[in-house]
Design a protein around this ligand. Structure first.
Ligand code: SAM
Length: 285
């Protein structure tokens, strides 16, 4: 019998994918993990019934959440990833020469199974000499670490289950404290067409701790509903305005190819439609 995996994220509508082959299913210590094959999307991963990543469109999200803050900073040496156990963000971050990267993921099963079933996500990045892997809670890590980071990337699940703490004012304040002078924080912030509250709440909870806070956008087919927002906060109020010519120089000097990110898309991604900017005026719940 054909099995369909349905995403249960929004009230009143959902998307479903045909599981042409179930590859792995586990109730880990933290969440329900399913990895399956879909004819169109390739391999897919869900956690607690919510799509995390697919072979076919992962590059869009992973390139935009990694290269925008790193090229905007211009001299990032020390990067922190919170979550990101599939390895896609780590792969993109470590394409930059001279970057040391610490990744803090709460669920070791996500890493182990991603290495096995999504080898092209990490492409060996967990074994890279510049990778420091920590298995633990991101909230605890940012509270206790003595290190300082130029860029922090929060590649989390949605604000339910273990990811919930990564959407709190407490967490954002601790991230602010461990960023270097011109540091940049970016976080996965949902699809505002469906998850409007996430933009409003993040704006209210995050903006007090930074000189500048806004969002930028990326369209990812499996994060259905139009643009996804990535929250942007920095101690440098001008980082998001870096000139496209300067970004292009750095991008060409790195010499790697991308499939979604370009310096021009980088600059354009900060232009927000009014239905998103209006959400920044709302009140916290
Ligand atoms: N790109 C995906 C998305 O937006 O749906 C997120 C992918 S990544 C698999 C999310 C990871 O965040 C998961 O592996 C999960 O275990 C991890 N995570 C959730 N809560 C966490 C926490 N408190 N500390 C560290 N990692 C956490």
């Amino acid at each position: 019998m054909t099995r369909w995996v349905s995403e249960s994220l929004y009230e009143g509508c959902h998307q479903s994918f045909r599981a042409d082959k179930i590859l792995y299913e586990e109730k880990t210590e933290h969440q329900e993990l399913i990895i399956f094959e879909n004819d169109y999307m390739g391999r897919m991963m869900t956690l607690d019934g919510i799509v995390q990543t697919t072979d076919r469109d992962e590059f869009m999200y992973h390139e935009m959440i990694s290269h925008v803050p790193i090229f905007a900073h211009g001299d990032a040496k020390n990067v922190l990833i919170i979550g990101g156990g599939d390895g896609g963000v780590l792969r993109e971050v470590l394409r930059h020469k001279n970057i040391q990267c610490t990744i803090v993921e709460i669920d070791a099963s996500v890493i182990d199974m991603s290495k096995e079933f999504f080898p092209n996500h990490s492409k060996g990045a967990f074994e890279h000499p510049n990778c420091n892997l920590v298995i633990g809670d991101g909230l605890k890590f940012v509270k206790e670490t003595k290190d300082r980071f130029d860029v922090i990337i929060v590649d989390s699940t949605d604000p339910i289950g273990p990811g919930q703490v990564l959407f709190t004012a407490d967490f954002y304040q601790d991230c602010s404290n461990i960023l270097s002078d011109k540091g940049i924080l970016v976080t996965q912030n949902g699809v505002p067409f469906y998850q409007a509250d996430e933009v409003t709440n993040t704006y209210i909870r995050m903006s007090p701790y930074f000189d500048y806070m806004s969002f930028y956008v990326v369209a990812v087919p499996t994060y259905v509903g139009g643009f996804m927002t990535l929250a942007w906060a920095s101690h440098n109020p001008d980082a998001h305005k870096r000139d496209v010519i300067d970004i292009r120089k750095d991008y060409e000097a790195e010499g790697f190819k991308t499939k979604y990110y370009t310096p021009e898309i980088h600059v354009a991604s900060f232009a927000l439609p009014p239905y998103i900017t209006e959400l920044m005026q709302g009140r916290d719940e």
